[in-house]
Design a protein around this ligand. Structure first.
Ligand code: NZQ
Ligand code: ZN
Length: 410
């Protein structure tokens, strides 16, 4: 097992009715701002429960945080947080709203120039933050109990004026503009939520497609930390395997029976445990699937889990030699595959992974979203721009390997 340090300060309030207790977690003199998304928490009644629990407090509200939260939207919240001298925030929503809280929390006190630098520096330089708690409404990202956030930014790129001379209209200029999207992550110990309420009942209003996304995202998080190479971290391996198996059993049950409390509760806890640092302590971590997936979201607008369902099986196929030992363990312990030929066992395990995503309505091919080989150089250019040229648990996922993965996923 590798050396590790592990600390997770987020307090969890798990189960039915726990939102009623949030007032105990928020300082009584807090200047409080509630953050939420595009209306689901109002439509499903969660916001009413929250407001009842906080009756008598003065609250500033900021809604309209979109999926894949956008920098410009969040900077509006930062301006309000500064103006209202906000001292505590409550994020009510999925990973996008909780990630937004992390960014707003850090950007409000950012003193090193453009707050986009927080993303460019991957969180380095964050000193002061607004403390916050959250109420999770979508089991998927683990953001409710971790210190990571992913933020998107659309910027208009304007090419310099160029003379278009030779056809007799010398002196005329053409100005080209295009919208460029970025999706970058940052991490900082300062942005762990102070508390997170996980009430499975508030997730009953999720459409099936979001449950599928949640299962695929949590599955992807476990695989990034589990499916690398063995370091005799037996407990972490078995933690990871228990999450994968529970996702396959309870996740799928919850997908088909949306109001079954126990399966939803198990799915919710799996998603949190998949990315709260525990299973990643003392083991090598990959994260190249996520790196490629984020570029696909930025370029083509696919949801986070849709991109994972495409990239993960292709990445396992391309990298099966370097991941051989863990792939065989995965085949045996997760899918009960014991083919005498190891190559066949690995192929069957990867096919099972693909079938799992497809059974949840998640396409596993780029072409199913109309993305063609001609568009793949754009993905490579983005990966290069973001320095993703030697990623994965061994740094062996070069641009060429990324390209091979993308071509395999076509
Ligand atoms: O915006 P509203 O109206 O609230 O609707 C949301 C949104 O349309 C809806 N929703 C949420 N809870 C609901 C609900 N609809 C009905 N009933 C409910 N109870 O679901 C839609 C998707 O929400 P979103 O928050 O975007 O989804 P998710 O939780 O999957 O978060 C995705 C974001 O998290 C990032 C992703 O890249 C993406 O930007 N990630 C964050 C990570 C982290 N912080 O550690 C790790 C992940 O790998 C991921 O990258
Ligand atoms: Zn993810």
């Amino acid at each position: 097992m590798l050396n590790f340090e592990y600390q997770n300060p987020t307090k969890i309030l798990f189960g039915k009715g726990q939102i009623a207790k949030i007032s105990n977690e928020i300082p009584s003199d807090a200047r409080l701002m509630i953050l939420y998304g595009c209306g689901s928490v109002i439509a499903n009644g969660t916001m009413d429960i929250v407001k009842k629990a906080l009756a008598g407090r003065k609250i500033t509200e900021f809604g309209g945080i979109e999926p894949n939260p956008d920098y410009d939207t969040l900077m509006q919240a930062v301006a309000i947080a500064k103006k209202e001298k906000i001292t505590y925030m409550l994020a009510v929503g999925g990973g996008s709203v909780i990630d937004a809280a992390k960014f707003i929390s850090a950007a409000t006190f950012w003193e090193l120039g453009d707050p986009w630098e927080i993303l460019k520096n991957q969180g380095k330089g964050i000193r002061m933050v607004i403390p916050f708690g959250c109420i999770l409404t979508l089991p998927a990202t683990g953001s409710e109990m971790n210190h990571h956030a992913v933020i998107s930014r659309k910027t208009r790129q304007i090419a310099l004026p160029t003379a278009s001379g030779s056809q007799g209209n010398a002196g005329a200029v053409s100005i080209h503009s295009s919208i460029e999207s970025e999706k970058l992550a940052f991490s900082s110990e300062k942005v762990f939520p102070q508390f997170a309420v996980l009430d499975p009942v508030v997730t009953f209003s999720l459409p099936k497609s979001q449950i599928a996304n949640g299962i695929a995202d949590a599955f992807g998080h476990v695989m990034e930390q589990y499916l690398t190479y063995p370091v005799n971290a037996n407990l972490q391996d078995r933690f990871a395997e228990s999450i994968l198996k529970t996702l396959i059993e309870d996740g799928i049950k919850s997908y088909h029976e949306p109001e079954d409390y126990d399966s939803r509760a198990n799915l919710m806890w799996c998603a949190t445990m998949a990315l709260n640092g525990l299973i990643g302590a003392g083991v090598p971590q990959d994260w190249s699937t996520h790196a490629i997936a984020h570029e696909l979201t930025a370029l083509f607008g696919l949801a986070h889990a849709q991109t994972l369902a495409i990239v993960l099986p292709a990445a396992l196929l391309v990298r099966r030699a370097e991941k051989k030992e863990k792939l065989l363990q995965y085949a045996d312990r997760i899918w009960n595959i014991h083919d005498a030929d190891p190559e066949k066992a690995i192929e069957q395990a990867i096919s099972k992974t693909t079938e799992l995503f497809e059974s949840l309505g998640l396409a596993t091919r780029l072409s199913r979203y109309g993305i063609t080989a001609a568009q793949l150089p754009e993905v490579s250019a983005k990966l290069l721009k973001h320095g993703m040229t030697g990623i994965g648990e061994r740094g062996s996922v070069t641009l060429e390997v990324c390209e091979e993965i993308l071509h395999t996923a076509l």
